[in-house]
Unconditional design. Structure first.
Length: 133
């Protein structure tokens, strides 16, 4: 039984909120070139070593991290690849101040040994504005 892309996304959010770096790293492709872009300009990772350091940095800067229910999800899937685009509210503490925002994620997934793995990941934190989607 192959895990559905949405279940992988839910696992990713749970592992991230619990700061489980090993579980997160196991979610990434070993066979494809990685392209990971975070919310800061310097968060661009193309291999597992860089990505692990990025997670370690995130987890030293963030605490009290929690995600709410996923909003506005779109999944495109075929036998070998899938893309997942969604928005999720997030609460976190940084610099001793609680923050609330929404994160927008794009995941490019590939199938390896009958399991979905992350090859591409884009994380965006929208700036404040009126309305929203």
């Amino acid at each position: 039984l192959i895990m559905k892309p949405q279940h992988l996304i839910e696992d990713f959010l749970n592992f991230y909120a619990s700061k489980n770096i090993n579980a997160l790293m196991n979610m990434f492709s070993k066979n494809q070139d990685l392209m990971i872009m975070g919310t800061s300009l310097d968060e661009c990772y193309q291999n597992h070593e860089e990505l692990k350091k990025g997670f370690e940095r995130d987890f030293t800067q963030l605490s009290n991290l929690s995600f709410e229910d996923i909003e506005k999800i779109s999944i495109l899937e075929n036998e070998e690849q899938a893309s997942v685009f969604f928005q999720v509210p997030v609460n976190f503490k940084t610099e001793n101040k609680m923050q609330y925002s929404r994160l927008r994620y794009f995941f490019g997934l590939v199938k390896e040994s009958n399991a979905w793995k992350i090859a591409q990941l884009l994380v965006n934190m929208p700036t404040e504005g009126t309305g929203g989607c």
